[in-house]
Write a protein that binds this ligand. Sequence first.
Ligand code: ADP
Length: 376
Amino acid sequence: MKKIGIIGGGQLGRMLREAPTAARYTIGQLVPNLDCPCRKFSNLTVGDWQDADTVAAWGQGYDVVTVEWEHVSRVGLEKLETMGVEVYPQAGVLGVIADKGRQKEFYVERGLPTAEYMLWDGEGVLPEGVELPCVQKARTGGYDGQGVQVVREWGDLWPVPSVLEELVEIDREVSVVVARGVGGQMVHLPPVGMEFDPVANLVQCLYAPVGLAEDTLNKCVRVARETAAAYGVVGLLAVELFVTNEGRVLINEVAPRPHNSGHHTIEACNVSQYDLHLRAIAGEALPEPAQTFGGVAMVNILGGEGHGEAVWRGKSVLSEHPNATLHDYEKTMTKPYRKMGHVTVTAPTVAEAKAVALGVQRRLEVVPSAVSGVNS
Ligand code: ADP
């Protein structure tokens, strides 16, 4: 039985371990503490994933090591690669992706389409040719909308090494998740559309099919597959794309792991992104993914106002919608905008799925116990 080690103990690790394929491997995890969404599983090792020696000492017990979170010690992963452990995504791929500036250069070097940009060191004079408004992205450390801002006045720039990108007129944000096997076999999930909450800058609702012209969707798929092939990544690569008002398809960024835009595949496809990731990194053949419902929508359930012990309200709404599935990540503590769970809704059409999903999202709440009056 192949031994697979996962770095991270969050919801993505949890759904990887819940995938039917997981039963075919011995799986262990390196987690920051035992109070995490993966606490119900066996073979958890508590340790600091940013510490190279910890990562190397833990990982050498596995045939394959993967991550559910990319901000881990790359030196540790490189050590494992040197020892002969298969690390997927490869440390080199993570190195490019961890730096948004390097990521942009990678696309330009390979002729892959992406928005115009300049690099800025965060303190010197601005590079020539940058115009306002532009989008500032911290080169490292940002995620889930943190570290990204639209700049309308020069005084608003954060003094950090950044990518300064043209403000694109986005018609639609689309994600295509590609799975690439050890031998280079590639399959992709049907493209999904992403709608953002403008305040939280987080995906609010995700849906498929996307409802764009077929040639535009084909372009999205082609760009995503070319991107995965260019990285040579093994495992999943979620490629986030902008479709512009003029029909251009631009790569925004990528994630080399299961992605928010693939959660719905658990209920709505013949194979989930989690199964695909495990099969890909284990060196198995990949089935051709297909959506098994006319429409699907997924909404994130985010923490409401306040910090504290998490209490869910409104779960009874699920009993009114047999086509809605709640995934409660069972996080003990909540804070504003923390991803606490998600709901997937399948229906004959996207419009029906979206309507139910947004309705359920409005009625579900996660608040700190002091606010809820429970346990306070
Ligand atoms: P994160 O890494 O935090 O997810 P992204 O780079 O994906 O950040 O940006 C978050 C969101 O900001 C995008 O999904 C998009 O809505 C908006 N955005 C990012 N870059 C641009 C751009 N160049 N033009 C217009 N909007 C953008």
